[in-house]
Design a binder for this molecule. Structure first.
Ligand code: HPA
Length: 278
């Protein structure tokens, strides 16, 4: 395994999936920690454990099942990743984004990405949905951009534009769904860190200062790769905990997973409503 993903590896992963499905997925969905429930209700589901796909970065985190579910939601052909892999598991960041490359090669032009996130914005509380309006890819700005390495010309240019990482029309559709179904929502900027340690109070105050509303350990790398390949993206954070800017409380992974039980049904309503509007 080389440092960076190659077209050959991507093709081999795609082939392993394509031989087992007979639909062409239109929308890719990536479900975050504790938020995998939506995958259980996919119609005509074909389930592929990611461990059976060549070159797949295997997820080891509790709350992440590591499987692809291919089928239909609201009549839309989807491929759902339940259990993403994170940078902190030790893979090169370009390998962490293999699932997005595979979705692109399978024909998906749209991506819905979700995550569990800590609230930096003091107005947010656990259980809130936050529609992601923009991101700060702090890990990428610090040298772990998923597009570092040979550019895969088949997908996109060496220097891709990032003026609209999250599609404005998708964002408008998501708000419409929330309004129609009485779902409260927040909007804000998501900052991606590597983890696995949670943030210190000083780091959180820094993140607040640079304009972040929610913090987590995923998403921006996937979205950058999605945009590089021309996908349109909807991003949603499930707020799982309040980040402790004054050091008065602790953050735990159990807390993050617990919030999922409140968040998962809300996300299901939002994503199903969104898919129905495509
Ligand atoms: N910090 C970083 N990542 C997270 C958090 C957090 O507070 N909550 C869920 N993912």
């Amino acid at each position: 395994m080389g440092k960076f993903l190659t077209m050959r590896e991507i093709h081999q992963a795609v082939d392993a999936i394509q031989t087992r499905i007979d639909i062409q997925p239109e929308v890719g969905l990536i479900l975050g920690s504790g938020l995998g429930a939506l995958a259980e209700s996919v119609d005509d589901a074909v389930i592929i454990p990611t461990a059976q796909i060549p070159h797949w970065p295997i997820s080891t985190v509790e709350g992440h099942q590591g499987r692809l579910v291919i089928g239909r939601l609201e009549g839309v052909a989807v491929i759902v990743l339940q259990g993403r892999t994170h940078l902190y598991e030790g893979y090169n960041i370009s390998r962490v984004t293999l699932p997005v490359r595979v979705m692109q090669r399978l024909g998906c032009e749209k991506l819905v990405v979700t995550n569990a996130a800590g609230a930096i914005n003091p107005d947010f509380v656990p259980g809130d949905l936050m529609l992601i309006t923009d991101h700060i890819n702090l890990i990428g700005m610090a040298g772990a951009n998923p597009l570092i390495g040979p550019n895969l010309e088949e997908f996109g240019p060496r220097f891709p534009d990032m003026s609209q990482p999250y599609d404005r029309d998708f964002l408008a559709k998501a708000k419409l769904v929330c309004n129609e179904s009485g779902l409260a929502y927040q909007e804000g900027v998501y900052v991606s860190l590597s983890g696995p340690s949670f943030e210190s109070p000083a780091e959180l105050r820094f993140l607040r200062g640079i304009g972040a509303d929610a913090v987590g350990m995923s998403t921006a790398p996937e979205v950058i790769v999605a945009r590089h390949g021309g996908m349109r993206v909807l991003g949603v954070s499930g707020i799982s905990n309040k980040a402790n800017l004054d050091g008065s409380t602790m953050t735990t992974h159990e807390e993050v997973l617990e919030a999922g039980t409140v968040l998962a049904p809300k996300l299901t309503t939002l994503i199903r409503g969104f898919l129905a509007k495509l």
